[in-house]
Design a protein around this ligand. Structure first.
Ligand SMILES: NC(=O)c1ccc[n+]([C@@H]2O[C@H](COP(=O)([O-])OP(=O)(O)OC[C@H]3O[C@@H](n4cnc5c(N)ncnc54)[C@H](OP(=O)(O)O)[C@@H]3O)[C@@H](O)[C@H]2O)c1
Length: 402
């Protein structure tokens, strides 16, 4: 690994030498040649220097550290558009800080607070600027999209470094703004439905799937994915979101704002899989809506994992989490249904499949509002108000801020 890192550093040094050499030759021949390829060491970005419950923690800087390729499988991407998700609001307030700190620095070598200045923003659409030595699937100039894992510096910056395994060629049919609305919710829905729920394009036909909270980013993506695989989708949402969820393919829509939603759902045929985007109270009745003793699964995206480690520390938090999931899984198994937790998982290969589905017209972007790079705090305000009917996307260009 170290050899590889040194090889990257070495290639950088060689290219700097080449630049100086070509500049020298140009001067020698009397021609003026600009060597503007010299790498900048800073870039514009929105950062936070501490956690906080409002946008006063945001700071715009032209001098954020330029990302560096540390491993040979990494790429640097120039961001054209960044998408925001509820996790950005939560991370601004410190959600998941303990676990993410451990992921960034497993040996706890750095001092507390070393994640700052922290860059938020999980979705990106942009173009490859530089590839590590082991990257052959991408080349500079390729248009790509990705969901940046929460333990890495995010996409509210001009450049981001990510692993090539986390990146995928962007769908040709989408603009950068539309493309930036999909990766994080898509990677989450894919992980929950495919990896955890066991669905795929060959076994989905005629399965009955219930999505609790179907009008948000994850719900509208999951609905389109399941419909393209031939499944039957029932969603819960508020009445004014019915048009949106129908437009992405929902077969049955249940309004959660007019009377007890569980009573309305109990009147329907039972389900093969439930994706829960709401959590809390829903767990007390939702599992009773599954077909018992035939492998039906309840997958919730609302888990206490990160909160436990934030509140109890890594060791106790993980132990508490393990006890909770084991207790719930066993309790529901005795009733003939599977209880599971779903998590976002970055995956370039999953995005490759999703890119094909988008270009085939099976999945569309649901963007509600676009903000310029100068308006990042306003974009967060909008996200915080809730009742989104599509994603909040920020376009990232140096020109717009200067
Ligand atoms: N575990 C993970 O790794 C992971 C990853 C991604 C997301 N998540 C979680 O998954 C959830 C969904 O994410 P998202 O990006 O889709 O969020 P989102 O865009 O904010 O969507 C949530 C949707 O739920 C609706 N809603 C709220 N209360 C409801 C209720 N009682 N019944 C039915 N619908 C209700 C909202 O509609 P109204 O405006 O009509 O209220 C909203 O459209 C969030 O809780 C998020 O934190 C977890």
């Amino acid at each position: 690994m170290h050899t590889a890192v040194r090889r990257v550093a070495c290639s950088r040094w060689l290219s700097l030498c080449e630049l100086s050499w070509s500049g020298w030759r140009a001067a020698d021949s009397g021609r003026t040649l600009s060597t503007s390829a010299r790498r900048s060491t800073v870039m514009p970005a929105w950062v936070i220097d501490k956690y906080g419950s409002d946008n006063s923690v945001f700071r715009f800087t032209q001098n954020a550290s330029f990302p560096i390729i540390h491993y040979p499988n990494e790429v640097i991407v120039k961001v054209h558009a960044a998408g925001l998700n509820p996790i950005d609001i939560n991370m601004r307030g410190g959600y998941g800080a303990a676990t993410l700190a451990m992921k960034r620095d497993p040996l706890s070598i750095k001092k507390a607070g070393s994640e700052f200045p922290l860059i938020l923003g999980r979705d990106l659409s942009g173009e490859i600027m530089e590839c590590g030595l082991d990257v052959s699937y991408f080349k500079p100039g390729d248009e790509v999209w990705a969901a940046v894992p929460p333990w890495k510096q995010g996409s509210l910056a001009e450049f981001v470094v990510v692993s090539a395994n986390e990146v995928s060629h962007k769908p040709k049919s989408l603009s950068h703004v539309d493309a930036a609305s999909i990766p994080y919710v898509a990677a989450t829905a894919w992980s929950a439905l495919v990896n955890t729920g066991g669905l795929n394009k060959d076994n989905c036909a005629k399965k009955r799937i219930l999505i609790l909270g179907g009008s948000g980013g994850v719900g509208t993506f999951a609905t389109q994915m399941i419909k393209s695989w031939g499944g039957h989708v029932t969603v819960t949402c508020s009445q004014n979101a019915e048009q949106l969820v129908r437009s992405v393919g929902a077969d049955d829509v249940v309004d959660y704002t007019s009377g007890p939603v569980e009573t309305k759902l109990q009147a329907l045929e039972k389900f093969d899989l439930i994706l829960d985007n709401i959590g809390g109270e829903t767990e007390s009745w939702a599992l009773g809506l599954l077909k018992p003793w035939c492998g039906a699964k309840y997958v919730t995206l609302v888990t206490p994992f990160l909160r436990n480690t934030d509140q109890l520390g890594i060791a106790d938090g993980m132990m508490q989490t393990g006890v909770t999931i084991a207790t719930k899984a066993i309790k529901h198994l005795t009733k003939g249904v599977h209880y599971r937790w779903g998590f976002f998982a970055p995956s370039g290969p999953a995005l490759d499949d999703i890119s094909e589905m988008v270009d085939a017209g099976k999945i569309r972007a649901v963007v509600e509002e676009t903000f310029s790079f100068a308006q990042v705090p306003q974009a967060f305000e909008k996200l915080e108000k809730g009742h989104a009917r599509g994603k909040t996307v920020v376009t990232v260009t140096r020109e717009q801020k200067e």
